[in-house]
Design a protein around this ligand. Structure first.
Ligand code: 8OZ
Length: 350
């Protein structure tokens, strides 16, 4: 599958749902959920940790154990039987974790020893985030290897490709943004240095898959998970410019929202990336039908990804074709729980 051969321009955005089984292993319930949504032009899976250290929440799936690979095989087989295509989103949360979630009660890791504001969601309830361990250069190389193994496992599990989670204040984004990355070595300082970790991970993952099966997701202005950057246009133009050499499947942008803090420099919106990026561009952020149509018609993006609208409407492409109606998403069942609010949203006529 090439991303350009998809049946429509509707992408299912990656969404954390916290319904993996013991051992962070996906199972038949997860397979049903994704298979119900197989009419997407492309499904991007929920964020999936590449190592036990990459875990930051209960019930998120991993791609580091043999059991997880076997569990994901149920998902990819079900999606393919239903005629769909699915990429696995590769993830490491960095400092957005807690010793209670870490192997051996260790400190979470990050580019710099700066605690995020807020609280971690652990099995014993919410706990304040701690000051993370600042990674040594040799440890960074080990995490790049964890991403490489995750990419290899994703192939074994039958995915059609992988997306790197470089957004929303997790480890890759912690390296990119200068409010969180205070390093003085080759991984910090200039925008080029802050992009180094992303580029090393991309090179490792492209080595397993080829660029045409690898996408990257970035969120240049989103302050989620307490990240800031003094000049997102410079930071992200540098990162995206350097990604060009990999001929990736796509660039997936969480677009600036009105509520994001105002930063110096040009606004890094879809237009900004369209000028910098010659490949496929996916737009994301609260799209409805009218805005999605305008975005595609104007050529601002090639594809649009939908999160909560897809969560609530398993047959979303058909509903968009017909102009609706749309089921309303129920926030109470977004994170964790059972089939309720997961696989029981009705299709049209169902
Ligand atoms: C919501 C809850 C937990 C994690 C992200 C992976 O924002 C997430 C996430 C979202 O990218």
């Amino acid at each position: 599958m090439c991303i350009r051969d998809r049946p429509n321009r509707v992408v299912m955005a990656p969404m954390t749902r916290n319904r993996a089984g013991p051992g962070n292993v996906p199972g038949p319930l997860n397979a049903s959920y994704y298979a119900q949504r197989a009419s997407a032009g492309l499904i991007v899976s929920e964020a999936t940790q590449v190592s036990p250290q990459g875990l930051g929440y209960p019930g998120t799936p991993g791609i580091h154990s043999a059991e997880q690979v076997a569990g994901w095989r149920l998902v990819t087989d079900a999606v393919h039987r239903a005629g769909g295509r699915i990429f696995l989103q590769l993830w490491h949360v960095g400092r957005i974790s807690h010793p209670a979630l870490q192997p051996g009660g260790a400190l979470p890791v990050a580019p710099s020893a700066l605690a995020p504001a807020g609280q971690a969601w652990t099995l014993d309830g919410m706990k304040p985030y701690v000051t993370p361990h600042a990674l040594e250069a040799a440890e960074i190389a080990g995490i790049v290897e964890d991403f490489r193994r995750g990419a290899r496992h994703a192939r074994q599990a039958g995915f059609d490709g992988v997306e790197l989670h470089g957004a929303n204040g997790y480890l890759i984004d912690q390296f990119l943004r200068d409010g969180v990355n205070r390093r003085t070595d080759r991984y910090g300082g200039s925008a080029q240095n802050r992009a180094r970790f992303l580029l090393e991970v991309t090179a490792a993952v492209v080595g397993e898959w080829g660029g045409e099966r690898v996408g990257v997701r970035l969120s240049p202005t989103n302050p989620y998970n307490d990240v800031t950057d003094s000049n997102p246009a410079t930071t992200f133009a540098t990162a995206v410019g350097a990604l060009a050499r990999f001929d990736l499947a796509y660039l997936h942008i969480v677009e600036p929202a009105a509520s994001d803090p105002v930063a110096a420099g040009e606004m890094p919106d879809l237009k900004f990336f369209r000028k910098l990026w010659r490949g496929v561009l996916i737009g994301n952020k609260g799209y409805d039908l009218a805005r999605a149509e305008a975005t595609i018609r104007d050529g601002a993006a090639d594809l649009v990804s939908f999160a909560t609208l897809f969560l609530a409407n398993p047959d979303l492409p058909e509903r968009l074709r017909r102009g609706g109606p749309f089921n309303a998403p129920d926030r109470k069942t977004f994170y964790g729980g059972t089939a309720a609010g997961y696989t029981d949203y009705p299709p049209l006529g169902g």
